[in-house]
Design a protein around this ligand. Structure first.
Ligand SMILES: [Zn+2]
Length: 149
C-alpha cells in the first residue's frame, strides 16, 4: 500500500468512509461527490495500483466480483438499474490514482444513459447519506442470503 494515497488510507481505515460492503480483500464505500445518490466506489485493500493497466489480474478479478456483489445488492434494494464505470488516467477522468470501480445505482425514473457529472447529486445531509448506505447494505445482505428452502 502507498502512504501518500487517499484510497489506501481509506482502505486501512485511517481516513473514515461510509462503508456498504467489506471483505479481507475489498472495500466498497459511498463516493463523497455522487453522480447519483448511492454512488459507491470499490477499492482493493490488498494492493495499491493506479489504473487497470498496472493492476494484477487477480486484484482486478476481486474488484469486479465485489462490484457485481454491490450491483446485485442495489437491484435487490429496489433501484431500477445500475452502471459500472472504471476511469483510467487524468485524461480518462480518473480523480484518485488508486484503481476503483464506480457502482452507480439508478432510480426507477432515471431512464437513459448515465450523465457523468461528479457531485451533481449531493446528499441533503448525513442522515440522507446514511439512508442510502443502509438501503444498499440491506440489499447486499438480501442478495447474498440463501434462498428459502
Ligand atoms: Zn492506494
Amino acid at each position: 500500500m502507498n502512504n501518500d494515497c487517499l484510497f489506501c488510507a481509506i482502505a486501512a481505515g485511517t481516513i473514515p468512509s461510509v462503508k456498504v460492503y467489506e471483505t479481507d480483500a475489498v472495500l466498497a464505500f459511498l463516493d463523497i461527490s455522487p453522480v447519483e445518490k448511492g454512488h459507491t466506489l470499490v477499492i482493493s485493500k490488498r494492493a495499491h495500483s493506479e489504473t487497470i493497466l498496472d493492476t494484477p489480474p487477480d486484484i482486478a478479478s476481486e474488484l469486479l466480483a465485489a462490484a457485481k456483489t454491490v450491483a446485485a445488492g442495489m437491484m435487490a434494494a429496489g433501484f431500477g438499474g445500475v452502471n459500472l464505470v472504471q476511469n483510467n488516467f487524468k485524461d480518462g477522468g480518473q480523480a484518485v490514482p488508486h484503481i476503483h470501480f464506480h457502482v452507480i445505482p439508478r432510480a426507477k425514473d432515471r431512464h437513459g444513459p448515465l450523465v457523468w457529472a461528479s457531485g451533481s447529486n449531493p446528499y441533503a445531509d448525513d442522515a440522507e447519506r446514511n439512508v442510502y448506505a443502509e438501503r444498499i447494505r440491506a440489499g447486499i445482505e438480501a442478495a447474498q442470503a440463501p434462498l428459502p428452502s
